[in-house]
Design a protein around this ligand. Structure first.
Ligand code: ZN
Length: 442
């Protein structure tokens, strides 16, 4: 081997197992992932890496499976500060009597700063490297994600009623357009448009949201068909299913993410397929609020993209996407009455490459391929509850929880090392969170 065949790079990660997600369903062994700057330079067998790469640091993960960082496509991050505040209630009672009043009283810029940091700490600790947020003061959560170095789609809220963030649709749209302008070129932040739901946003603001999306290329994320009541009520009031109304208003496109979709009939499948809109499945929120069941396998069978999200911590009550994957796989099998529904590999794809596709970023993130951005995680499989290892993909979905995630990198930057967060001061965060607890209780 001559010196000129040796490439120098930043980091070499030796992985016992590797699930690149692309190609689908593959588990590789004894691979070296070579990182250079923000990107993956190469993925080669370790013996080949010995001959061709010299790196500043080498990390040996000989009990670990390495995979793309997870993408949590729906949440309300600052609501982590309301975790466990109101449980065991149906959606409208939970919103009207508990969440909306608490939000009216406590949500502020500081609340969003601290709540977003709490959510990011939990997500980073459990393997998420990209998340989507829909909450008040999106400029604050955008800054928090950027400062921490976490990738985030930040959807500014849009609804008819006034809130702490604005007086109504016109102000939300003006502030939202400014958010898009400010963050659109950022490495980490993807600004987007977040009309809350068909029953909280009227046609005019929805049309303006579509115009803004077309002007800027920003994505649209909306809660849709969360409950049977929502669909029945809309049919009574407008004569249309909410999804049909969204289609008529131009809301549905390949740049649109429909969150929940527990009510899906043949006409809905046709609209989703025709428009290329994406579905964001949030099984634990749907279970906890008794909202219904999204027929994931049926939607996938129609060649419609399905991704996954935790929803906010107040209706879940955690942001551990590995836990969400297990629930998703279990529920999909029960709903389809078919044990083959939503396989482990398909579930992992939902939390990675399919999420990236919904964000329009599947050329950059969502799988481990040379040239893509270095967003990856390692899961330590040495613990007795993950032994023995026949198939790491099976363990990741059916036996794992997020606490087994040991390492993560975003944009090539280490975020988690041996289970320790590198960019968030956890003791300081816990102090602040407990101050909020005292305030909210009093
Ligand atoms: Zn939600």
């Amino acid at each position: 081997m001559t010196a000129d065949t040796i490439t120098t790079a930043d980091t070499r990660i030796d992985a016992r197992w590797l699930i690149p997600v692309e190609p689908f369903g593959v588990v590789l062994e004894h691979q070296a992932i070579i990182l250079q700057g923000s990107r993956i330079l190469a993925i080669v067998p370790q013996t080949e890496a010995d001959h061709h790469y010299r790196t500043r640091e080498t990390l040996t993960l000989d009990q670990h499976v390495v995979l793309p960082g997870l993408i949590n496509l729906h949440g309300h991050t600052a609501m982590s500060l309301f975790r466990g505040l109101a449980d065991d209630l149906p959606l409208m009672t939970w919103l009207n009597d508990h969440i909306w009043p608490a939000e009216g009283k406590f949500v502020s810029e500081q609340f969003v700063t601290d709540g977003t940091r709490l959510a990011m700490a939990e997500m980073l600790r459990t393997g998420t490297t990209t998340f989507s947020d829909m909450y008040f003061f999106p400029e604050i959560s955008a800054q928090a994600a950027h400062d921490t170095g976490m990738r985030a789609q930040i959807c500014f809220p849009l609804m008819d009623m006034p809130t702490v963030w604005g007086s109504g649709p016109e102000e939300y749209l003006n502030k939202g357009a400014e958010l898009i302008r400010q963050w659109q070129q950022d490495d980490y932040v993807m600004p987007a448009i977040g009309p809350h739901a068909p029953y909280t946003v009227s046609d005019g603001p929805l049309r303006s949201a579509v115009a803004l999306a077309e002007d800027t290329g920003a994505a649209v994320q909306i809660h849709l068909h969360e409950t049977a009541f929502e669909v029945a009520d809309a049919l009574k009031n407008t004569g249309k299913r909410p999804l049909a109304r969204m289609a008529e208003l131009g809301v549905l496109s390949s740049n649109t993410q429909c969150v929940h979709m527990t009510q899906v009939d043949e006409s809905d499948l046709l609209l989703l397929k025709q428009t290329g809109a994406h579905v964001v499945h949030c099984p634990e929120s749907n279970l906890k609020l008794a909202s219904g069941f999204c027929p994931v396998q049926k939607i996938l069978d129609h060649d419609i993209n399905v991704t996954i999200g935790t929803d906010g911590a107040a209706s879940n009550n955690d942001l551990d996407l590995f836990g969400e994957l297990k629930t998703a796989a279990m529920v999909a099998k029960a709903v389809a009455n078919d044990a083959a529904a939503l396989s482990a590999h398909r579930a992992l794809e939902m939390a990675t490459l399919r999420g990236a596709k919904a964000l329009g970023r599947d050329q950059e993130i969502g799988s481990l391929v040379a040239g893509k951005l270095a967003d990856l995680i390692a899961v330590d499989l040495s613990d007795p509850y993950l032994q023995p290892v026949y198939d790491p993909a099976s363990h990741l979905v059916y036996s794992n929880h997020g606490r087994a995630v040991s390492h993560s990198w975003i944009h090539g930057v280490p975020q988690l090392q041996d289970g320790i967060l590198t960019r968030i001061d956890v003791p300081d965060l816990v102090l602040r969170v407990n101050e909020w607890r005292k305030q909210i209780l009093s």
